[in-house]
Ligand binder design. Structure first.
Ligand code: NAG
Ligand code: NAG
Ligand code: NAG
Length: 189
């Protein structure tokens, strides 16, 4: 997992600079309202989100799941501040996600995975998709539910076809790279 993460990081950094504007790919956000039923919510209690670009042809049954990064918040004050940004609230997220490198959909920019199902999971829990605290912080109404976000989004992707996957790669950058290691045992198709 560590090796995959490092490769991915380099691939994204190296190829994003050579993309011409005409090749830029932006994918609309999917807000997973249903995740709130199982308590899978961002720091501020809003539903989690991802961007999915469907695969086709020989990539129809292959999936690459990329977990976004963004460091951790490490105190209530820090997490409270974060809960009002795109790293803690769905409301503050861009509606479109930039897909470059291993997320791009042309063989020119992404020879290996261009026709796979490609997913960018938004990072909004502040701790690499591992928090699972039932209690909501009494004063600040903060939620630490990253593990439930991971479960809810993977369940949703399974229902959208990942359950029939022949190949699936879990990858991520920075705090999302760490999240791939921490959540690897839970990742299944
Ligand atoms: C993406 O969202 C925009 C704005 O809501 C919409 O106009 C467009 O049709 C959507 N694109 C796709 C591929 O769904
Ligand atoms: C949170 O934001 C407030 C107001 O801008 C600031 O005073 C405080 O230092 C911030 N807390 C952290 C941990 O950055
Ligand atoms: C890549 O995706 C864009 C947006 O969905 C689409 O217009 C374009 O045709 C796709 N290119 C290939 C090679 O599939």
């Amino acid at each position: 997992m560590t090796k995959i993460f490092l490769l991915v990081l380099l691939a994204v950094v190296c190829t994003s600079h050579v993309l011409g504007a005409e090749d830029d790919l932006y994918v609309n956000i999917t807000i997973l309202e249903s995740a709130t039923a199982q308590g899978g919510v961002c720091l501020n209690g809003s539903p989690p989100a991802y961007h999915l670009h469907r695969g086709h042809g020989t990539g129809l049954r292959s999936w690459i799941i990329h977990l976004d990064g963004g460091g951790w918040c490490n105190s209530i004050s820090d997490c409270l501040n974060r809960s009002a940004t795109f790293l803690g609230s769905t409301k503050m997220m861009y509606q479109q996600g930039f897909f470059a490198g291993i997320l791009h959909n042309t063989s020119k920019h992404n020879p290996e995975f261009h026709n796979w199902n490609r997913v960018r999971v938004k990072y909004c829990d502040g701790s690499s998709f591992i928090g699972d605290v039932e209690q909501v912080h009494p004063e600040n109404k903060l939620y630490f539910r990253g593990a439930r976000i991971f479960t809810a989004i993977m369940d949703d992707l399974r229902s959208k076809g990942m359950k029939n996957a022949e190949n699936a790669i879990l990858t991520g950058i920075s705090a999302g790279g760490l999240a791939t290691i921490l959540n690897c045992n839970k990742f299944k198709c």
